[in-house]
Design a protein around this ligand. Structure first.
Ligand code: DON
Length: 306
């Protein structure tokens, strides 16, 4: 690892730790309200295999929507370009769980990272895989080198009891014919997918292939082609933060993806995958301190895609 990265991360961590945390926990999923809001961790994995972390980077957290990048990767790998007939590649400019644009676009979600788009991706995976939950889990186990990784029943059950907006989204899309399986089964998989728990170190390792032109960092296994990798990175840049995607690109200058568990993964192509976790969210559903920290790292290192 370039030693200046570890120094820059350490400084950014200390600066952000000292800041008052303006955010709120994602209480709409009851289990996420029980998380210690003062947690702060960051971990960077470079494509040369070196890695560095600080703070609570070895504590597991609920990765939530960060998993949507992994489900998209698997669906894109299986289906190829026809995938984009079912889901678009445009920023939505709306909240992650919004129903608004589905009426105008007749059940085609604007992109695969808003809830509606991720639900359609789950439907596609269910059509192509025999045992979707098991096969998706195996895919993430391979990417993460975590053979014991499992869904969290506690988090999934908590969301299954309260996820009324997702139920509405899935049924609404079904009314336009863009969900082919039973909504109840699609949602069951969607909630499990969002329930994965990992540490910052593990998530940064898992996402290494997207910083490494589609190949796993640990053993060079090709997960996806360079071109598919380019497109997933482009979607993360333009749609990874919902109606705050422009702000993230403006402040941080990297492709990334957030989750309501307070995690953010950011990728510097051909360099590193970095993950920060701080549970309190800003009003757009993105980690308040997470964004601050990433902005400091790219500003102080003067390294971003721009
Ligand atoms: O469906 C939901 O609302 C959650 N399981 C995931 C939302 C999420 O992480 C949005 N990200 N910022």
């Amino acid at each position: 690892m370039n030693t200046s990265y570890s120094r820059i991360i350490k400084n950014a961590f200390e600066e952000v730790k000292a800041l008052p945390d303006a955010g709120e926990l994602a209480t709409y999923i009851p289990e996420l309200a029980n998380v210690d809001p003062s947690k702060l961790g960051v971990h960077m994995t470079c494509i040369d295999g070196n890695h560095f972390g600080i703070g609570h980077d070895l504590h597991k957290f609920s990765i939530q929507s960060i998993a949507k990048v992994l489900s998209l990767t698997l669906a894109y790998k299986i289906v190829g370009e026809p995938l984009w007939e079912r889901v678009d590649v445009e920023p939505s400019g709306t909240k992650f769980d919004s129903l608004l644009l589905l009426e105008s676009y007749r059940g085609i979600p604007r992109n695969p990272f808003i809830n509606s788009g991720a639900i359609v991706i789950c439907d596609i995976l269910m059509t192509h895989l025999k045992d979707t939950k098991v096969e998706f889990l195996e895919f993430v186990r391979e990417l993460s080198d975590l053979p014991e990784l499992n869904y969290s029943d506690k988090i999934a059950d908590s969301e299954k009891r309260t996820g009324y907006r997702n139920v509405a989204l899935c049924n609404f899309i079904k009314s336009f014919g863009n969900i082919t399986n039973e909504p109840e089964e699609v949602l069951d998989f969607y909630f499990d997918m969002c329930s994965l728990e990992m540490t910052c170190q593990e998530v940064s390792r898992t996402f290494g292939f997207l910083a490494n032109e589609g190949c796993k960092i640990s053993d060079g296994t090709k997960i996806i082609t360079k071109n598919k990798c380019k497109r997933i990175n482009a979607l993360m840049l333009t749609c990874g933060f919902y109606d705050e995607s422009g702000e993230f690109a403006f402040r941080v200058g990297l492709p990334g993806k957030s989750g309501v568990g307070g995690g953010i993964v950011a990728l510097y192509p051909k360099n590193y995958a970095m993950v920060v976790w701080s549970p309190k969210l800003n009003k757009h559903g993105n980690s308040y301190k997470g964004m601050e920290l990433l902005e400091k790292v790219t500003t102080h290192s003067e390294m971003s895609i721009f």
